[in-house]
Design a protein around this ligand. Structure first.
Ligand SMILES: NC(=O)c1ccc[n+]([C@@H]2O[C@H](COP(=O)([O-])OP(=O)(O)OC[C@H]3O[C@@H](n4cnc5c(N)ncnc54)[C@H](O)[C@@H]3O)[C@@H](O)[C@H]2O)c1
Length: 484
């Protein structure tokens, strides 16, 4: 596809859905949510099968929509939008029977004579609000988990990727009755109308700022929440690291999707002794992945910034950094033609630059240096807990030190971003970068309520109830002493 110039700005108007229509849909899902409590694994697997098949059947449409929204390269669409969703569905289909099984619990001493189990109950009516940066993946991925867990869903995709939002609306309508799964299109107003309703669960992916709005809205009805948020994900490149591997995987992690990835390496702390060698390797990795600097603009494998507002924001960050003494190791950023920002390595960045304050979410990689590991760890710990933290080192002690002395949603060692694709790993943030997890079993659990069920058979619980006579008093005191 050589036709550059995503159309997002010219067609990005999605009308907000009327509040009454939203309330009607929400009410219409009530009976289905109750009926789905009794749905079998086979029935749920069948729905996942149909969703997976439709992803494959509509893959050309998915590529076209992503290209129209932000010139996303077709190979990147297959790797980061289609593959993770079909893999999520495939994994859930294989594991669902065991995930749904009641878990028997042996009695503790006081509960001898009872039988107990934990059952996975569907949460009920669920809301999924998704961001624009992986519009299909981050909408249909959670949808797979919600269906696997037996829920109804209202899905609100981002208004900033309107072609993808419309396509998902069509695809969902092809598979589901609106009383089970419905897509509601719109922007902030629509989102707020949805958030006002007493959903059983709200699953939100987006910025920490909006995450706080979602949590406050959920608190009004005590809806449970999963918040998949963002932040600044740091990288430590130790002197013992394999620099070629570090450069190649970081350059891919940073510049895929034009840096508009929640777990993109946000900034790098490289040991001062290997700073120049790392920069040289990173420049080589850029040539390898995206061609030489003069040809990158026309490289079909390189995506664009989603809209003019974000383009101006990134340029603003670069100008501010430059004014404070930073250098662009990759050369100048050309004037705006189609919201192209080349892959940019920034050096000599001060901690006071704005690029070090906010999540960059664009193709700009600040490279900072450290002398001793303690100082790098202290600088990372001075910021809110990140969604991801990456470590490049051969020295095991360095790896262990960084892992145990920092906190992050997830961590990769000697690679970047792959933990997102591992279906057996819970994916999520911590505090400012998120609450709760998604993917695989963790995604199923996010959309399920763990319900304890206890049956009394011949327990001694009656001895704990009044009237308290001499014998029951003795028994209670004996129990306390025995367990103390
Ligand atoms: N943890 C993850 O899995 C993950 C994945 C992708 C993106 N993110 C994060 O998402 C952010 C980028 O995505 P974005 O710009 O679409 O995020 P965003 O928070 O601006 O928007 C996300 C969704 O919230 C809605 N929204 C926006 N403002 C709202 C408001 N005031 N009230 C109610 N709803 C509102 C939007 O319509 C959209 O559907 C980054 O911070 C990134 O790190 C996190």
């Amino acid at each position: 596809m050589t036709d550059r110039g995503p159309a997002a700005d010219s067609t990005s108007t999605i009308a907000d859905t009327d509040r009454h229509e939203i309330e009607r849909l929400f009410a219409a899902q009530k009976d289905t949510a109750l009926a789905l409590r009794q749905s079998t694994a086979g029935e749920r697997i069948d729905k996942l099968k149909r969703l997976r098949a439709l992803m494959f059947a509509r893959r050309e449409d998915i590529m076209a929509a992503c290209h129209a929204d932000f010139a996303k390269p077709s190979a990147e669409v297959e790797v980061t939008e289609i593959l993770p969703v079909v893999e999520e569905a495939h994994h859930a289909m294989r594991k669902l029977k065991s995930w749904m099984k009641a878990e028997r619990k042996r009695p503790t001493l006081l509960m001898l004579g009872t039988s107990a189990k934990v059952i996975q109950e569907p949460r009920g009516r669920c809301l999924i609000i998704s961001p624009w940066n992986y519009p299909i993946n981050l909408s249909f991925g959670p949808l797979v988990s919600a269906i696997a867990a037996g829920n109804t869903v209202i899905l609100k995709p981002s208004e900033m990727t309107p072609h993808c939002a419309r396509l998902m609306s069509e695809m969902v309508a092809e598979l589901f009755d609106e009383t089970e799964v419905a897509v509601v299109q719109g922007a902030v107003e629509t989102s707020q109308s949805l958030l006002a309703l007493p959903f059983d669960h709200m699953f939100f992916t987006g910025s920490p700022a909006v995450g706080k709005i979602v949590m406050a809205a959920a608190a009004k009805h005590l809806s449970s929440v999963t918040l998949e948020l963002g932040g600044k994900s740091p990288v430590i490149v130790d002197a013992s690291a394999d620099l070629k591997n570090a450069a190649r995987t970081l350059v891919w992690g940073k510049f895929a999707n034009n840096g508009q990835t929640c777990i993109a390496p946000d900034y790098v702390y490289v040991h001062k002794d290997i700073r120049q060698a790392f920069i040289d390797e990173a420049l080589k990795a850029l040539d390898h992945l995206y061609g030489t600097a003069d040809t990158r603009r026309d490289n079909d494998d390189y995506c664009r910034i989603v809209n003019q507002r974000h383009y101006e924001r990134i340029r603003g960050l670069l100008e501010d950094a430059r004014e404070r003494g930073a250098r662009l190791a990759t050369g100048d950023v050309p004037a705006n033609d189609d919201r192209y920002v080349p892959p940019t390595l920034l050096t000599d960045v001060g901690d006071d630059a704005r690029v070090m304050e906010e999540e960059i979410f664009g193709p700009v990689l600040p490279i900072l240096t450290y002398d001793d590991l303690d100082s790098a760890i202290a600088r990372i710990n001075a910021r809110p807990k990140p969604l991801a933290l990456y470590i490049y080192a051969k020295d095991k002690q360095v790896i262990d030190t960084v892992v145990t002395r920092t906190s992050a949603g997830g961590t990769c060692i000697n690679t970047a971003m792959l933990h997102f694709l591992h279906g057996q790993l819970p994916f999520g943030g911590v505090n400012n970068s998120g609450i709760g997890n998604s993917h695989g079993h963790a995604g199923f659990k996010a959309f399920s309520h763990e319900r304890s069920v206890l049956q009394d058979r011949f327990s001694l619980a009656f001895l704990f109830r009044p009237p308290y006579n001499a014998f029951t008093r003795w028994f209670i005191r004996f129990s306390v002493r025995w367990l103390s």
